[in-house]
Design a protein around this ligand. Structure first.
Ligand code: ACO
Length: 429
């Protein structure tokens, strides 16, 4: 792990006692106070609901500057990666730390193809879910089930096992996602094909049927590559933290990823992409497209309604992923010749947000989920699959964060403290 610069000490005075806590700085200048000795020295713990100020690790994977709107994976700018790379190369980058050479790309792709089939017994699982099952529930169940089918790869100390696990998860989760869609519409499943690349293969499994030999549209596969790259990692976000928390107890990688899928599903996290579309549809159907009314509702503190796809814990300027996603949404719709009234409404809503004091004073901007759902919709992906798409994209990020945690010499089981405010000791009378 890259060493951080030591910046001396911070002094903290607690009830008359002054203690010194080490200060250090990351490679991009972010400063931190090392509080590991705090409770031992002072008897105090920190209080930080939602972990707004808590650095839980040192990491070499992803850098975000929320004030400047910067996102980099392993030092590479998100715009550069989205423009020039394939998703599988970005997955390799996140996991291995370097972009693959041509040979490494081919070997990685071969492994992805080799592991793309689902065990036949797993295929039966799909039939046990009700037709209306949300595909995120199915995907999470499939992820944890992999640990029962491939228990021999528990040992992650061997590089070979890691490569197998990584490619197995990436490839089989994509197959499981497409199968869950086919199950939900009552169509026969379509098996993966060795002659197709990662994204094309997914699209074929989604849209090919016995009566329609689907031809992959290069506009759609390019868009999918780009969207998955935008989703690929976002440092210590809610789902990645869940993956690491579960993994910190020495639970296996598949169980950890399954938990991460559940965390991503929440509407405040990755589930927002589905909720954006549902919100826009509702504005048209229930409010006749009245953007002003919806803005007023979002600002009303007596109303629990929030604008979906707006706001972010870390970004206090425009989310750089949303910038790419917005341009991409326009390009993809134009290239596919799709016109969607929801896109016009989204643009109107964005303009109203950016012009409003409430959102300006709180630094609330559209986030990644605001425009990605609109693009998935134009590509023919159904609304309840949007968060599944996010999950497929995020798997390499979760894996790389999990592996880094495992290799961290300071890694310990995740176990926050609390400040107890319940009744003091009392007796049952
Ligand atoms: N609509 C209206 N007001 C909002 C919104 C919103 N979407 N987001 C934040 N606010 C307001 C809050 O009410 C709060 O106002 P206050 O200071 O008057 O109390 C202030 O902005 C700060 O918001 P917090 O909830 O404290 O911010 P936090 O960092 O905890 O939450 C979150 C971030 C969850 C993303 C929030 O902005 C939100 O709920 N957004 C909508 C859901 C969404 O789009 N989620 C996807 C995020 S991206 C991702 O996870 C992939």
């Amino acid at each position: 792990m890259l060493e951080t610069n030591n910046l001396g000490v911070a002094e903290l005075k607690v009830e008359g006692k002054t203690i010194e806590l080490p200060l250090f700085e990351g490679s991009e200048g972010e400063k931190a106070i090392d509080i590991r000795a705090l409770r031992k020295e002072t008897g105090c713990v920190t209080y930080d609901p939602g972990f707004v100020n808590t650095g839980c690790c040192k990491s070499e994977i992803t850098y975000i500057d929320g004030e400047k709107g910067i996102l980099r994976y392993r030092g590479y700018d998100i715009n550069d990666l989205a423009e020039k790379c394939e998703f599988v190369d970005v997955a390799y980058l996140l996991i291995h730390g370097v972009l693959p050479s041509k040979t490494q790309h081919e070997e990685f792709s071969t492994l992805l193809n080799t592991h793309s089939l689902l065990h036949e017994d797993m295929r039966h699982f799909f039939n046990s879910f009700p037709d209306h099952a949300h595909p995120m529930a199915t995907l999470s169940a499939m992820a944890v089930s992999l640990s029962s089918f491939y228990p021999e790869l528990e040992d992650t100390s061997k590089q070979e096992n890691i490569d197998y696990k990584v490619t197995r998860l990436l490839s089989k989760m994509r197959t499981a996602a497409a199968f869950s869609y086919k199950k939900s519409i009552g169509h026969p499943i379509v098996q993966p094909r060795h002659d197709l690349k990662y994204c094309e293969n997914f699209l074929n499994m989604m849209f090919s049927t016995p009566v329609n030999n689907y031809q992959v549209d290069p506009v759609v596969s390019k868009a999918l590559n780009k969207l998955l790259i935008l989703h690929a990692d976002h440092e210590q976000n809610c789902s990645a933290s869940v993956v690491k928390m579960v993994g910190s107890s020495d639970a296996n990688l598949y169980a950890s990823i399954s938990a991460g899928i559940c965390a991503l599903w929440g509407p405040l996290h990755g589930g927002a992409n589905q909720h954006v579309i549902e919100m826009l549809e509702k504005i048209i159907v229930e409010d006749g497209g009245n953007v002003k009314k919806v803005i007023e509702r979002a600002k009303d503190k007596n109303d629990s309604f929030r604008l979906m796809g707006v706001g972010h814990r870390v970004y206090k300027s425009y989310d750089p992923r949303a910038k790419v996603a917005k341009q991409m949404c326009k390009d993809v719709l134009a290239q596919l010749g799709v016109s969607d009234p929801l896109v016009d409404l989204a643009q109107e809503l964005e303009a109203a947000v950016l012009a409003d004091d409430y959102f300006q004073s709180r630094n609330l901007y559209p986030n990644i989920d605001f425009y990605t759902g609109l693009t998935y919709r134009a590509m023919g992906i159904p609304t309840d699959m949007f968060t599944v798409m996010f999950a497929i994209g995020r798997i390499p990020g979760w894996i790389s964060q999990w592996l880094e945690m495992k290799e961290d010499p300071h890694g310990r089981i995740g176990r926050p403290r609390q400040i107890y405010t319940g009744p003091t000791k009392r007796a049952v009378s």
